[in-house]
Design a protein around this ligand. Sequence first.
Ligand SMILES: Cc1cc2nc3c(=O)[nH]c(=O)nc-3n(C[C@H](O)[C@H](O)[C@H](O)COP(=O)(O)OP(=O)(O)OC[C@H]3O[C@@H](n4cnc5c(N)ncnc54)[C@H](O)[C@@H]3O)c2cc1C
Length: 362
Amino acid sequence: MYSGVVEGVGPRYCPSIEDKVVRFSDKERHQIFLEPQSVHLDTTYVQGFSTSLPRDVQEKMLKTIAGCENAIITEYAYAIEYDAIEPTQLHPSLETRLIKGLFCAGQINGTSGYEEAAGQGIVAGINAALYVEGREPLILGRDDAYIGVMIDDLISKGTLEPYRLLTSRAEYRLLLRHDNADVRLSQKGYDVGLLRQERYDQFQHEQDLKNKLIEIISTKRITSKDPMAQLLIDKGYTNFQEGILIIEAIRRPHISLLDFLPFLGIEMNERVAMQLEIEIKYEGYIAKAKKEANKVKVLETWKIPAEFNYDLVPHLSIEGRQKLSTIKPLTIAQASKISGVNPADIQVLLMALTNKKQPSAV
Ligand SMILES: Cc1cc2nc3c(=O)[nH]c(=O)nc-3n(C[C@H](O)[C@H](O)[C@H](O)COP(=O)(O)OP(=O)(O)OC[C@H]3O[C@@H](n4cnc5c(N)ncnc54)[C@H](O)[C@@H]3O)c2cc1C
């Protein structure tokens, strides 16, 4: 039997069968899964067959699937529609620019998905509470968290279709690792009062141990007489008569910090040791990503006054002026991410903000 509650005709990341047939017309087949809904039911969900076509068409379509010739539809598929606000009208705190103290999260901001709604919900909730307390909002950057990427995309670029957060949308994927979520977010969580003292102390203790370990492995050499030497020999490394710093050894393929830990007289959680090992092995790439992120941070310090009048700035491109006037970015960093605002517009804007003779409307 068929229960066809589906998400709709159009969303890019869960297209309906009619949408798939049109968009992927070069494909000869589209995979469909028949998923029993429960051990207590005799209904089956036809995964991959979502549709908004009329009921009589659904009846006919279903019967064309091998094995479903005699299936009975208990719930017809339907499309959903929902309204969304213009997310470019939101501050990075998810407070609307139009109504002070009103925070928006989730599907209403143009997203689709459980995680997208939850990620915005926590930020909007935290910021609503901070607003009531008269405190500064919590703003997550693109290099702090995937949530920061999502919110920045929504408020800077807007969205013309339900937005889903994909890892490919983040430019600093090397910084947004799951192993370092505690390093990225513990301090922020503690500052807003969501991370308990006990958990925060534990985090700090772990980071202290990590720093101690960095000191040890950056100064201690493995010589051929050292018991740790066997670990290197076993992995085929023999050329270290002069001795090799442990940190250098770890940079080599197949050599793990975890193997050395028992020899270093430091009791450390394996998760944190792995975090350090990743930081060591990818140090060059991580440093490059941090440098890029810091460049953008400098642009974030260039604030654009809310009442800034772009019509008074000469030499902006027409599209750039329109987009800037509509979106009203808060910083040069945000302005630079708006599609249609080109690098020359950013230069003109920087000049207008620095040159006191400019009409700058500030
Ligand atoms: C059939 C279907 C399948 C889906 N499958 C997936 C999936 O597999 N994976 C995935 O990630 N996402 C999926 N989604 C999308 C996901 O469910 C939504 O994007 C997400 O739940 C949106 O969360 P939200 O909190 O923004 O909105 P909602 O979950 O819609 O919450 C809004 C709430 O506000 C309440 N409300 C509305 N108006 C008022 C009012 N005036 N006063 C008080 N309360 C009000 C509503 O009753 C509702 O409880 C699916 C959606 C559908 C419809």
